[in-house]
Design a protein around this ligand. Structure first.
Ligand SMILES: C[S@@+](CC[C@H](N)C(=O)[O-])C[C@H]1O[C@@H](n2cnc3c(N)ncnc32)[C@H](O)[C@@H]1O
Length: 247
């Protein structure tokens, strides 16, 4: 399983500018004093929040990811919790709850998505903000995907070539699940391979799940961490949804 290799996963995903993404999250979240990152993996965003003095909690299902996040956060005010994002209780609420990089694609059913949103709602402080970053629907429904599924990264003297999905990995039109064959090849080192099931969620399904879950209202949607890029823009490459707790 790819997520049993947190260091390789972090290297593979280092095409992101985590610091710039946290800048945007902090702007949207206002003066957030505490943040909860769900399905956090190596908890790069939670660690960046912690570095900036925001009390951060990272939650993930994978023991390997949790151990890695704890290790990498040494000395930072970061709490790591191993739990399922569809059914957890931390007995406290947060100003900001974030779910990054399409982690909701691991929610295979509407029931799971609604349960996840219920957990988000129950852990949001009054006036708090939830941010969900998903893949852009044009990746599956448009003529041209907005992102490539093959890329290379260089970080800390390491180079990795990544393939997230092979040409034969087809979306099941009934379940909207695709089993992506993933390869992370580190130059001069390991080649990690695995199959990651992903559920594709449309924008209208997201809206429906939010309505069913209740207690959350969409404040805005963007196509990038730059709020100038609308969801419908040809430059949009993510579906980023900002939710406020209501009532
Ligand atoms: C694509 S990775 C994203 C990690 C991180 N959000 C990031 O931005 O790099 C998906 C993560 O979701 C976690 N995950 C999958 N299903 C989960 C669940 N039901 N509850 C909590 N975490 C889950 C996996 O262990 C993995 O670390």
């Amino acid at each position: 399983m790819i997520y049993d290799h947190p260091q390789a996963y972090e290297l593979a995903c280092s095409f992101r500018d985590v610091s710039a993404e946290v800048d945007a999250l902090m702007t949207w979240g206002g003066a957030a004093r505490d943040v909860l990152e769900l399905a956090a993996g190596p908890a790069e965003h939670a660690r960046e929040f912690a570095r900036r003095g925001v009390a951060a909690t990272a939650l993930d299902l994978s023991p390997a990811m949790c151990a890695y996040a704890r290790d990498r956060a040494a000395g930072l005010p970061l709490e790591v919790v191993q739990a399922d994002m569809t059914g957890f209780r931390l007995d406290r609420r947060f100003d900001l709850v974030v779910t990054m990089l399409d982690s909701t694609a691991h929610l295979m059913t509407l029931e799971d998505f609604v349960a996840y949103l219920g957990c988000v709602r129950e852990h949001l402080a009054d006036g708090g903000l939830a941010v969900i970053e998903m893949s852009h629907p044009a990746d599956r429904l448009g003529d041209t995907p907005r992102v490539s599924n093959a890329w290379s990264v260089d970080k800390d003297g390491l180079r990795a070539r990544v393939r997230w999905g092979e040409p034969g990995d087809e979306l099941d039109p009934i379940t909207q699940v695709v089993k992506d064959h993933v390869t992370i090849a580190i130059d001069g080192g390991e080649v990690i391979q695995g199959v990651v099931p992903y559920r594709f969620w449309t924008a209208t399904e997201l809206t429906a799940a939010i309505r069913i879950a209740g207690g959350l209202a969409v404040q805005a949607q963007y196509g990038d961490f730059d709020p100038e890029v609308s969801l419908g823009s040809p430059h949009a490459w993510r579906m980023i949804t900002l939710l406020r707790r209501t009532g």
